[in-house]
Ligand binder design. Sequence first.
Ligand code: SF4
Length: 227
Amino acid sequence: MVESAPVGTLSPQEIVDRLSALYGPPEWRPHGDVMTELVLTILSQNTSDANSGRAFMRLKARFPDWESLMAADPAEIEEAIRVGGLSQIKAGRIKALLAQVLERAGSLDLDFLRRLGPTEVRAWLEGLPGVGPKTAACVMLFALGMPALPVDTHVHRVALRLGLVPPRTPPARAQALLEAWVPPELHYAFHVLLIRHGRRLCRAQRPLCSQCPLLDSCPYGRSTMPA
Ligand code: SF4
């Protein structure tokens, strides 16, 4: 892995500075709750943030602690998270996740991860059922305050258009390349700002390139401008 800076692009700091000027500088405040981040990630699959948030609130109202959730009948979990869609599948995934955490950690308290290094934490998390590189990176970044750069659909699209990763690079590979290129202290801001940019200007359909502060260094954007 590189890895080196992509040719002809802005530096990570310049990207963060220009997007921060547009969207505001993101503040990194890890919340410290690994299990919450893992469960939220399952609930967020194939639905909107609003729906997964509602499903999580209902789940926590019904099962205030992880032990009661662990002991619950899958049908009860399914009922609690129905608002988030795919509730039967997600209930099964949550039960499987809790069972694996209990088996591997000996409890549902994952605080011990704070005492491990990022490489060990990533490997431990990716050993859980249904936890891939993006989920592990989300847990590290948002819960544990460790450097990691999750590549979701927005980060992936913007990185490809800017030429930060080679054409057709799949998300997991793009994550590894970007994590190597972006300094760890910028991972959070870079991730959050590329998502904001992907939602507001660098949209999947008809991106608003003429308003984009990165246009001068964006091969995709420049190719869409009149000669
Ligand atoms: S110039 Fe267009 S394609 Fe490039 S980053 Fe900006 S909005 Fe996206």
